[in-house]
Design a protein around this ligand. Structure first.
Ligand code: ATP
Ligand code: MG
Length: 287
């Protein structure tokens, strides 16, 4: 069974797409079978995976409207990325309106993924910067959420909305949904405020904060203009090393349990901590 992770944060420009494509490439380099789904009409994850969003014949839009299957619409990422892509372009912004009147509108992606579940170890979904019907499709399909965040004052405020949404999705639509962890990105240790917020995050969320920290690194920012994830564009860059370490940490956290190799679920303690601590933990800004 694939681990299906949404990379989500309704705040814009926090590093969701950068995290999605670099994690996809790093997991692929570690031998994992990966499908990257671009759920954002901006199509940035598609372009950062060596695919031209304007040339796509089929996209996630066709999958959501059930006029194509994932097997029909997916393509190979460019270069030596090593993962599959279900791409997106501006057409996807229309899906929001078109889906509203349709049945099972929030479960379209989940249903489509069932058909390819056995073909992947990881499915990574790049969400748009909103809590929209598109994001809801991602959250309904996912087994977990990875939340990239910058260690800034207002970052914590944004978490409140996200956690409330996750609580509602967990209660009403997808009881499998867990927060896998918070990923500190674009981190600059020279900035005292970032260190303070980072400490606050660890104090409040404990092991829900990933050990790996992604530094601010210009090679990661340059890579999309070459149509590649940083990990593929410049594997030796500091940021690329960090994403490779993050992929390894994620695999360790998601290691199968049980005598027969298990189901790929998270360890009981991690799962329990996620289910109980995360959604119910009061956020720093609420107090
Ligand atoms: P949106 O909400 O618009 O979808 P996003 O959350 O997906 O944005 P990204 O597009 O990944 O954010 O990143 C925003 C900008 O920050 C991009 O220009 C990206 O190249 C840059 N960036 C992301 N991570 C890093 C990093 N670790 N170091 C330097 N630049 C980064
Ligand atoms: Mg993005």
């Amino acid at each position: 069974m694939a681990q299906i992770f949404c990379i989500a944060n309704q705040k814009g420009g926090v590093g969701k797409t950068t995290t999605t494509v670099n994690l996809a490439a790093a997991l692929a380099q570690l031998g994992q079978r990966v499908l990257m789904i671009d759920l954002d009409p901006q199509g940035n994850a598609t372009m950062s995976s060596g695919a031209d969003k304007r040339q796509l014949e089929l996209t996630v839009y066709d999958v959501l409207l059930e006029s194509a299957s994932i097997a029909e619409a997916r393509i190979k990422a460019g270069g030596s990325c090593g993962y599959d892509v279900l791409g997106a372009n501006r057409e996807l912004s229309g899906a929001e309106v078109e889906l509203v009147s349709l049945e099972r509108r929030e479960k379209r992606l989940r249903r489509a993924l069932q058909a390819v579940d056995g073909e992947y170890d990881y499915v990574l979904i790049d969400c748009p910067p909103s809590l929209s019907l598109l994001t809801l499709n991602g959250l309904c399909a996912a087994t977990g959420i990875i939340v990239p965040m910058q260690c800034e004052y207002f970052a914590l405020e944004g978490l409140t909305d996200l956690v409330n949404t996750i609580r509602q999705v967990h209660a009403n639509l997808n009881s499998n949904l867990q927060i896998i962890g918070l990923l500190r990105v674009m981190f600059d240790p020279r900035i005292t405020l970032q260190q303070q917020v980072s400490e606050d995050l660890k104090a409040h969320f404990g092991d829900k904060v990933f050990n790996t920290v992604i530094p601010r690194n210009v090679r990661l920012a340059e890579a999309p203009s070459h149509g590649l994830p940083g990990v593929v564009f410049d594997g030796a860059a500091r940021g690329s090393h960090a994403f490779k370490a993050f992929a390894a940490e994620l695999i360790r956290r998601a290691a199968p349990i049980g005598p027969t190799g298990g189901t790929g679920s998270f360890s009981p303690s991690a799962a329990a901590a996620t289910q109980s601590a995360m959604p119910s933990t009061p956020l720093p800004t609420e107090s």
